[in-house]
Write a protein that binds this ligand. Structure first.
Ligand SMILES: [Zn+2]
Length: 396
């Protein structure tokens, strides 16, 4: 099969955990009567994984009992616990969260799944030779799905009201990318799309300033130019999260704001609206200062740095990785932070589609150098306590 067609098919199976299809969907409000939930169909398809369906409702592309037996050998009790946590939060949508959740929460299990994918699953008819990342994703959807079905059940999505628009919806109507950005099902798909796409209505410079200021205040920090695709923090109170999503939906797209304000850069927008007064842009690409004065290159980095400060975890900036003949030949590679116990912390911005492979590279460097590593993805910004709980306990 030609590469492009193969890629297209991969995207059909699991592309939903990426954001590529966001813009192609037009909002289509569909109120649901809670007494008589509507089955999803067509464009409004059902994205849930159904416990009662032996294939979950998806095409397993040949994933068979032998694959599952191999997978069982790399699975473990801690991974079951992580799945239980995902089910509590995401209900029948939990399976979509496992590829990334394993990578950041149980990196050793993720590496074992990946090794399995590279060593034993690659090359079979149903897999994608030369693309271990896609096979990792496939394996970390189907493996956990079957492993979990064997030990417990979970309910299909139930109708729930959207706190922003009042329409009833089910979690199954939310695309996997919505879960990645907005967290556990709370707002209807239409409201999430409005937040993602921004307010298209023509506006005035003053209205744009007001929208940016409202966004900054709901966020409690500086909005990034990519605010529309930034994860909604989980550790804010629910009503504050509602305010934030409403503010995102009311805000015009960043490009429209820049045009309205005649700003050459997002930084100019932030200065114009007085959201920042202390930003500058020296050679290193520094964008802003963290609360403790550490310079940060992105607002994601700043969020992590501020979180570490807020929780009293000492963190040193930019430790170098030891030299390695292949992975770090110049010896100049740096991580983002080093914690007091020597653990390295990396923030992976995930701007590309290839983020699973990039995280894997960093893990390899950590594995060969023996340095413990925590990798943070934007989805993790929503709940850093889950990643750093161990250090918090040690600090108290
Ligand atoms: Zn809504």
């Amino acid at each position: 099969m030609p590469k492009s067609r193969r890629t297209g098919r991969i995207k059909k199976i699991i592309g939903a955990i990426r954001a590529a299809d966001v813009r192609s969907e037009a909002p289509a409000p569909q109120p649901i009567n809670p007494a008589a939930p509507v089955m999803n169909s067509g464009r409004d398809r059902d994205w849930a994984w159904h416990c009662s369906d032996p294939e979950g409702g998806w095409n397993p592309y040949g994933w068979n009992s032998q694959d599952q037996a191999r997978f069982a050998a790399v699975w473990c009790r801690e991974a079951d616990d992580l799945v239980d946590e995902l089910i509590d939060r995401y209900g029948a949508m939990w399976v979509w969260r496992t590829p990334a959740a394993l990578l950041t929460r149980l990196p050793d299990v993720a590496e074992r799944v990946r090794d399995l994918a590279e060593g034993q699953l690659v090359g079979q008819q149903h897999t994608y030779r030369g693309n271990p990342t896609s096979i990792y994703e496939h394996a970390s959807l189907y493996g956990p799905f079957h492993a979990t079905r064997q030990r417990r059940s979970w309910p299909d999505p139930q109708p729930q009201p959207c706190p922003l628009c009042g329409h009833w919806f089910t979690a199954g109507q939310l695309n996997p990318w919505i879960l990645r950005q907005f967290g556990p099902p709370r707002w209807c798909k239409e409201c999430c799309l409005r937040a993602r796409n921004g307010n298209p209505a023509p506006s005035t410079p003053d209205a744009a300033r007001e929208a940016v200021t409202a966004l900054a205040s709901a966020l409690g920090t500086i909005p990034a130019q990519s605010y529309a695709s930034t994860p909604v923090p989980l550790d804010l109170p629910a009503d504050r999260r509602d305010t934030l999503v409403a503010a995102m939906a009311a805000c015009p797209p960043a490009t429209a704001i820049r045009a309205l304000l005649g700003a050459a850069s997002w930084l100019e927008v932030l200065l114009d609206t007085k959201v920042v007064t202390d930003a500058w842009r020296p050679a290193r690409g520094t964008y802003c200062l963290a609360a403790d004065g550490h310079p940060c290159r992105s607002l994601g980095e700043r969020a992590v740095d501020d979180w570490l400060t807020r929780h009293g975890l000492a963190h040193e900036l930019e430790p170098t990785w030891p030299q390695h003949p292949e992975l770090n030949p110049s010896g100049r590679l740096r991580a983002d932070w080093r914690l007091a116990d020597g653990t390295y912390v990396e923030y992976a911005g995930l701007t590309s589609d290839d983020y699973l492979a990039k995280i894997h590279q960093k893990r390899q460097l950590a594995r060969t150098t023996g340095i413990p590593l925590v990798v943070i993805t934007p989805a993790d910004l929503a709940d850093l306590t889950a990643l750093f709980g161990r250090w918090l306990q040690a600090a108290t």
